[in-house]
Design a protein around this ligand. Structure first.
Ligand SMILES: Nc1ncnc2c1ncn2[C@@H]1O[C@H](COP(=O)(O)OP(=O)(O)OP(=O)(O)O)[C@@H](O)[C@H]1O
Length: 220
């Protein structure tokens, strides 16, 4: 499956946030999105998901325009920047509701086994983020959008999550954004950089220095 989005024009009042966006993601690949604070990364993922309606946009799957919001097609799962799982739910219930295997999760993250009957809001911020990311990543959807999955995670959990992302991409098109740029560079097959409302496909990591996203000599 090939997902493309272009012709995006997003305004909030008179302020133009996005214009000149082109992004392509496909099954078997991780597509990373990098950019400074406020450049529009979350807005772009929201627009792809269909929960934010810009002035213009064109979403195509396998070259066919998709006119209804993508979330209505059940093709897509989206990890938003904020917590989305109700805090009063027990972990076991959450995995049942989202149809994700608790056993597989415990195989990957055995330290969570003690939490099976705990409520979600009793977990730490990083633990909650890990569970939300895992649930979205392991969903049945063929397109996965991850907004800052690595925030608050301990290094070992980040490494495990990266391995899972690489596994899941075999059957999914994954779009990911995070400020942990080294992790994004590590797992991405393609990287788009957002600046001034438009996207640029990065061919050489040095461009990230030229665009003043990273300090000069970061990649020496
Ligand atoms: N609902 C809204 N109303 C008005 N302006 C908004 C709204 N949502 C986002 N913006 C503005 O749009 C711009 C892009 O926001 P967005 O959250 O997409 O940035 P981002 O690249 O994800 O930033 P960060 O890396 O800090 O999370 C920002 O200037 C933000 O203030």
């Amino acid at each position: 499956m090939i997902l493309e989005i272009d012709n995006v024009e997003l305004y909030f009042k008179e302020k133009r946030i996005l214009n000149g966006i082109y992004l392509k993601a496909e099954t078997g690949e991780v597509t990373g999105v990098l950019g400074s604070n406020g450049c529009g990364k979350s807005c772009l993922l929201n627009i792809i998901f269909g929960s934010l309606k810009p002035k213009y946009k064109l979403v195509r799957i396998n070259n066919k325009p998709i006119l209804k919001p993508l979330f209505q097609t059940k093709l897509v799962a989206y990890l938003p920047q904020h917590n989305f799982i109700p805090g009063a739910l027990k972990l076991k219930t959450i995995f049942t509701i989202f149809k994700v295997s608790w056993k597989d999760f415990i195989n990957d993250f055995d330290s969570f086994s003690i939490y099976m009957n705990s409520k979600f809001n009793k977990l730490s911020g990083g633990e909650r983020r890990l569970i939300e990311t895992y649930i979205i990543l392991k969903s049945n959807s063929k397109i996965v959008l991850l907004d800052e999955p690595f925030s608050h995670l301990a290094p070992l959990h980040i490494e495990k999550l990266k391995a899972l992302i690489s596994e899941e991409k075999q059957n999914k098109a994954i779009i990911i954004t995070d400020h942990m740029y080294r992790q994004i560079i590590d797992i991405s097959d393609n990287i788009y950089f957002l600046k001034g409302g438009s996207s640029k496909l990065i061919k050489d990591l040095k461009e990230l220095e030229d665009y003043k996203y990273l300090n000069m000599n970061t990649f020496e």
